[in-house]
Ligand binder design. Structure first.
Ligand code: MTE
Length: 883
């Protein structure tokens, strides 16, 4: 039987009811489902669209549509944008009934009755040999009718998570902006074949929707080569799950584009133009973009070129997966008693996954330890049932996926976990990979429009005990579509945690009390009345000694911070002439942000983008001044009672660090207990020229009875385990030993004949680098005096090396002295703190060719070193370098 010429019963319904002033059958006289499919296929869902208009729609232009009041409205009453509750969607199975299918309408739904539907035409024109206008009847008579199961996904699915980080330009979707239906229609490829696009001229297929929006109809386009390829599965469709389309889903006819974002599936299709250029519709440019992450919403809104840049257009979906079971707030009573076979009960974690472009999801992995380890889940692809058998049907036309390799639908996954394992984990996490080997990322790619969010889906696990003393787990999703329901992202944000790098569980959280911190968007960073516009040239030409830097497109003068910045003046010089937004937001509290506004001097007229000339270094050198780079902790060696040698591996074994002698690096880490970002400057102790790793000698200041909070940074370092990462950036510092006898300080080179070095405790580290460089350079004639001051003999760091250097070079060139607050009985060096006498005996006399380097506690520098040197005649402004 040739289906192309048999009257299609769905269409027949339009014909039959021409006499009635009615709309799709599912509304006025609800047909609950379409004609049955053979048992071997997934069965059609039962449609429960109500028969009356919902309260919220009564006052809107859509007051003629019967909508499921259970759908969560995401944009108020109108226009209608809605998703089902995730649990309900998941329970409804592979094919989503129309009353649960998500809806995305940019405006009012075109009001089409049966009569209008029967006369509805689609004009196909433009660069074709044969322009035609089809009624729906002609379409189904001329071309083979086919049905395909296709998952539609709104590009904004999971946007609420992005909005929780920082508000984007888009409204909040939960994780149920995705649905699947069996769509019936004709292949767009067959229609294109019929109209014969003009070869070499025609490049795009442009679709016009019949809705009436402020900037013209909704419309978008496809490349002609894709649209003409039947394997891409694009349809002109008039039925969904065996029933006429619901008004919200495009009644009477729409485009279905499998594997691409829902935004490409134009509803209420009126016109198809074959063209040499892509769609010029307003929303084709101003929607469905994945913008660069640095671009803030205001700037994006103000600058047109981003929207017209083809690099940011979204077509194919990206790989994504979500945990549906356990649902948000679901409770699980833990049962650890083994059954008669000795087996402890298990819980099946379940969810959906999908990818784009016809690519199949090839693995779904679950982690119970916050991403440390992953285990494969089981994947089920109900879509595969359609590959097993070809079926022809008077309603659905041809159902034939027997030769199709592509996957256009979501799949479901399951991961069984024992109650025991579940009870001891703090979070469940899922990620999927597709056959293009794209893997869901750990980190969110936040951007101004908030689309394609596919970072790991994380569900927090809370352990509680109920009133009867039973052990219960309660699960918390990241966000929920419904307003007023939080999820862990909003909860943690309010608690001042960094939700882009969430840490779950109570372990160690009580160590340091956390002050709630404000979101970056909540503190005003600009000064009222400042309207100066600063060009990029002006900004870049600024003297580094008066450092200007940019935060969120605004320019600030960092000069006042040179003196009193808690991170040291160097941290200002490091960002001079740079966009410091990332560093600034990573480490500053609301108070710090308020301070910034005082130094606001203007707005940069051209944005400093990340693609801009940031220093690109060869791979041989690791450090970069304007980019944080990760290193992994590979060994920890205890040096004495409170100091440890931390060795971090550089990404490549033969990579050099790239740190000049006398300079430091910034080390940044996120505290595992508080989630707080902490950053300090350190000088490594690894030898110059070492490849593949960097060593830091760290004296730990851990929380104790005397100091309950402990050193922020060193406590964070102490929490690191082998394999954990920290980030480095540099070099920084105004001093450099440029060997053999040259010091470069504040931009001036000086020939140095004598160097005095004074260090307290772990202040030895920068000193040691310079000392080694001088003594190990045979050409250097510089003489060196070192005083290392410590509490006890055990506290002296690097003593072995100092003594060895002294043994090798001590005669004439190197004088080494120690001072201890508490000394053993037979101690050949000084006892007591640094003072005038000690300095005059163990430091060189002041001279034009002399320099003093000092590193130690502030009190030592201010109250002992500076006055002592002054008394010796040193000009401390010109000759004392304090690290
Ligand atoms: N087509 C028209 N004419 N008007 C629209 O507003 N929205 C698009 C697309 N087609 C839209 C449209 C978007 S953004 C999506 S995600 C899908 O329709 C949603 O399809 P659905 O509402 O049937 O789920």
């Amino acid at each position: 039987m040739s289906l192309a010429h048999s009257p299609n019963p769905i269409y027949q319904k339009f014909q039959d009811s021409l006499s009635k002033p009615s709309y799709p059958a599912s509304l006025n006289a609800p047909e609950r489902n379409g004609p049955q499919l053979p048992q071997c296929f997934p069965q059609l869902p039962i449609n429960a669209t109500p028969t009356k208009v919902a309260e919220q729609d009564l006052e809107t232009p859509d007051n003629w549509i019967n909508r499921n009041p259970e759908l969560v409205r995401l944009t108020g009453k109108h226009p209608f944008n809605s998703e089902p509750r995730l649990g309900a969607l998941f329970e409804s199975g592979f094919l989503t009934p129309a009353h649960l299918h998500f809806v995305r309408n940019h405006g009012a739904v075109p009001q089409v009755n049966y009569e209008m539907a029967a006369n509805w035409t689609i004009r196909v024109h433009g660069l074709v040999e044969r322009e035609v206008t089809f009624t729906l009847q002609e379409l189904q008579e001329k071309f083979p009718v086919v049905s395909l199961p296709v998952t539609l996904v709104c590009a904004g699915n999971r946007r609420r998570e992005q909005n929780a980080v920082q508000k984007t330009l888009g409204f909040s979707w939960g994780a149920a902006g995705v649905s699947t239906a069996l769509w019936t229609g004709v292949y767009l490829a067959d229609v294109l074949d019929y109209v014969r696009p003009l070869r070499r001229q025609a490049k795009y297929v442009v679709f016009d929707g019949g809705d009436n929006l402020p900037n013209g109809p909704y419309g978008t386009s496809q490349r002609l080569s894709w649209a003409s390829n039947k394997d891409k599965g694009m349809l002109i469709s008039w039925a969904m799950n065996g029933l006429p389309l619901e008004p919200d889903h495009g009644f009477p006819v729409r485009v279905i584009v499998p594997g691409q974002i829902g935004g490409r599936s134009v509803k209420w299709l009126k016109r198809i133009e074959i063209s040499d250029r892509e769609s010029q519709h307003h929303l084709h440019f101003w929607d469905n973009k994945l913008l660069p992450t640095h671009l803030m919403p205001d700037q994006a809104r103000a600058e047109k070129h981003w929207w017209y840049d083809p690099r940011y257009l979204i077509n194919d979906l990206n790989v994504n997966s979500v945990i549906a079971k356990p649902d948000h707030n679901e409770k699980l009573y833990i049962n650890r008693t083994p059954d008669e076979n000795g087996i402890i009960a298990s819980y099946p974690i379940r969810g959906y996954a999908y990818s784009g472009g016809g690519r199949r999801v090839t693995r779904v992995e679950v982690s119970l330890d916050q991403g440390e380890t992953w285990t494969l889940g089981n994947i089920e692809y109900p879509e595969d049932k359609f590959r097993e058998m070809r079926h022809q049907d008077p309603f659905y036309g041809t159902l034939d996926a027997t030769e199709r390799d592509t996957s256009f639908c979501w799949c479901f996954w399951t991961f069984d976990v024992s109650h025991d394992a579940l009870a001891s984990c703090d979070a469940l996490m899922v990620r999927a990979m597709d056959e293009g080997l794209a893997l869901q990322p750990r980190d969110m790619y936040w951007h101004a429009l908030g689309m394609m969010n596919n970072w790991w889906f994380r569900v927090a696990v809370h352990r509680t005990v109920d009133d009867d003393g039973k052990f219960v787990l309660q699960f918390e999703h990241p966000t929920l579509a419904e307003t007023g329901h939080a999820g862990w992202m909003e909860r943690m944000k309010v608690a001042g945690e960094d939700i882009t790098k969430p840490v779950f569980g109570e372990k160690g959280r009580d160590l340091a009390p956390r002050a709630p911190k404000q979101g970056s968007d909540e503190v005003c960073l600009t000064k009222p009345g400042i309207s100066r516009k600063i060009t990029l040239e002006e900004f870049k030409a600024q003297d580094r000694q008066q450092p200007w830097f940019v935060v969120n497109g605004e320019v600030y003068d960092g000069t006042p911070f040179l003196e009193d910045h808690p991170g040291g003046g160097d941290s200002m010089l490091l960002v001079a002439g740079e966009d410091a937004s990332e560093d600034f937001f990573a480490i500053h509290s609301a108070e710090g942000k308020q301070k910034l506004a005082e130094h606001h001097i203007g707005t940069l007229v051209t944005s400093l983008t990340k693609e801009e000339p940031i220093t690109t270094q060869s791979d041989e050198i690791f450090l970069e001044r304007s980019r944080w780079k990760e290193v992994k902790l590979c060994t920890i060696k205890q040096i004495n009672h409170d100091s440890y040698l931390y060795r971090f591996a550089l990404p490549k074994r033969d990579q050099l660090l790239g740190l000049p002698v006398g300079q430091h690096v910034f080390v940044r880490l996120r505290r595992q207990d508080t989630g707080e970002m902490v950053q300090r400057a350190y000088t490594p102790v690894s030898q110059q020229g070492t490849a593949g790793f960097i060593d830091f000698l760290i004296k730990l200041y851990l929380p104790s009875a005397l100091m309950p909070i402990g050193g922020k940074m060193t406590t964070g370092l102490h929490q690191l385990r082998i394999g954990d990462s920290v980030e480095l950036k540099g070099p920084l510092g105004s001093f450099m030993w440029d060997g053999p006898s040259i010091a470069l300080w504040k931009g001036i080179k000086r020939s140095i004949k004598e160097v005095g070095m004074i260090c307290g405790g772990s202040g030895i580290t920068p000193i040691l680098q310079v000392l080694r460089s001088i003594l190990q350079n045979a050409e250097s004639e510089t003489r060196v005096w070192v005083v290392s001051a410590n509490k006890t003999e055990q506290d002296i760091l690097c003593r072995e090396e100092l003594d060895l250097l002294f043994a090798l070079h001590g005669k004439g060139r190197f004088k080494l002295h120690y001072a201890l607050s508490v000394a053993p009985e037979e101690w050949p060096y000084s006892v007591g703190r640094i003072n005038d006498v000690l300095l005059s005996e163990h430091m060189p006399r002041h001279s034009e060719h002399g320099l003093i380097l000092a590193c130690g506690p502030d009190a030592m520098i201010t109250h002992a070193v500076k006055p002592g040197l002054q008394n010796m005649g040193w000009d401390i402004e010109k000759s004392l370098v304090v690290f």
